[in-house]
Structure formats: structure tokens, C-alpha cells
Design a protein around this ligand. Structure first.
Ligand code: HEC
Length: 168
């Protein structure tokens, strides 16, 4: 009885070993790439990128179809720095290789309210995942208005981002 159980276990172990050996390495690579893209999607979602770089994401509580994600926004942010517009990341990231993106994210510094310091703090694997994810989305060249320097009125809807003192 015990012997049969042992033989059974050994057979199971062997078939497990065979299954491991016969896994196609290119399939394993593809699985890792898919994981990385999924991670990038997750980071775009929870890392705040969609909040600003996807039109209406905040207003719709994240209920925006993925084909609109990260195409930039023409709703400006106005403050002492002028008026800034969230960049079309699908367009921008396509102009850079993954290595170039990692390099630029390591030294990035933009005007507000982009939290550039958060990008700098990301691990290399996370930055690569973001690049892979953004490039897995279809190309999209929706234009975003140009930056407007301080003192000039923006010509688009914008959020005024200036701290207000409470009324006495
Ligand atoms: C609070 C809003 C906000 C959030 C959150 C945000 N961004 Fe931005 N981002 C902006 C704005 C606005 C700009 C344009 C800044 C400027 O013009 O200087 C910008 C610029 C950038 C740039 C520079 C583009 C260039 O032209 O060089 C990159 C890259 C970028 N964002 C990536 C991201 C990623 C990735 C995330 C998520 C981890 C993210 N942003 C989160 C608002 C935001």
C-alpha cells in the first residue's frame, strides 16, 4: 500500500519535472512581458498618472475607457508658474527607447503640479513597466496646448491652483 503511494508520488514528481523542462523559454519571456505591461497598467492607475494625464479621469472617478488613458489633457493648471498641461504620454514615450525613458525619469523636473519627484523615486523595473504599458496602448497624437508663461491668460479651461487664505 505505502509502496504504491510512494510510486505514485514519485511519478507525479517526475511528470512535474518533465513539465518544467518542456516549458518553452520564449513563452516564459512572453509571460514576463505581459506581467510587466500589467504592472504598468496598475501603476498608471494607482500612481496618479491617469488622474492628470487622462481627460476627465477625476470627474468620472476613473470610469474612462482605457483607449483614452494617458493621451494628455487640455484642461490647464494655472498658478504662479503659468499654465501647464498634462503631456500626452502615449506620444512622448513613443519618442524614447525604454532606456532613454528610464534615464530621463531619473533626472526629470517639471513645473507643477506634476509630481516629478515621484517618478524619480520609482524603481527601474516600475519605470520600464510604465514604458511597456504605454507602448502597448495604440499610438495617439491628440495635441495638448502649449505651456503659457505667468502673467498671460490661458485660452483654455483651467484650474486655478493658488492657495487661498481663509476669510477673516
Ligand atoms: C497632479 C497632476 C499630475 C499627476 C498626478 C501626474 N502628472 Fe505628469 N505632468 C502633469 C503636468 C501638468 C505636466 C506638464 C508640466 C510642465 O509643463 O512643466 C506633466 C508632465 C509630465 C512629464 C514630462 C513630459 C515632458 O514633456 O517632458 C512626464 C514624463 C509625466 N508628466 C509623467 C507622469 C507619470 C508617469 C505620472 C504618474 C506616475 C504622472 N505624470 C502624474 C501633471 C501630472
Amino acid at each position: 500500500m505505502t509502496r504504491w503511494v510512494l510510486i505514485g508520488i514519485t511519478a507525479l514528481g517526475l511528470s512535474g519535472l518533465l513539465a518544467t523542462v518542456t516549458l518553452d523559454p520564449s513563452e516564459m519571456g512572453a509571460a514576463a512581458a505581459t506581467d510587466s505591461i500589467e504592472r504598468g497598467r496598475y501603476l498608471a492607475k494607482i500612481g496618479g498618472c491617469n488622474d492628470c494625464h487622462t481627460p476627465n479621469y477625476l470627474e468620472k472617478a476613473g470610469n474612462v475607457p482605457e483607449d483614452r488613458w494617458l493621451i494628455g489633457d487640455s484642461l490647464g493648471f494655472n498658478g504662479p508658474w503659468g499654465t501647464t498641461y498634462p503631456t500626452n504620454l502615449r506620444q512622448l514615450l513613443r519618442t524614447m527607447s525604454e532606456d532613454e525613458w528610464v534615464k530621463s525619469a531619473r533626472t526629470i523636473e517639471t513645473r507643477p503640479p506634476m509630481p516629478w519627484f515621484n517618478l524619480r523615486a520609482m524603481t527601474e523595473a516600475d519605470l520600464r513597466a510604465i514604458h511597456r504599458y504605454v507602448l502597448s496602448l495604440p499610438a495617439d497624437d491628440t495635441p495638448v496646448p502649449d505651456y503659457v508663461p505667468p502673467g498671460r491668460p490661458p485660452k483654455t479651461p483651467h484650474i486655478v491652483f493658488v492657495p487661498q487664505a481663509p476669510k477673516p
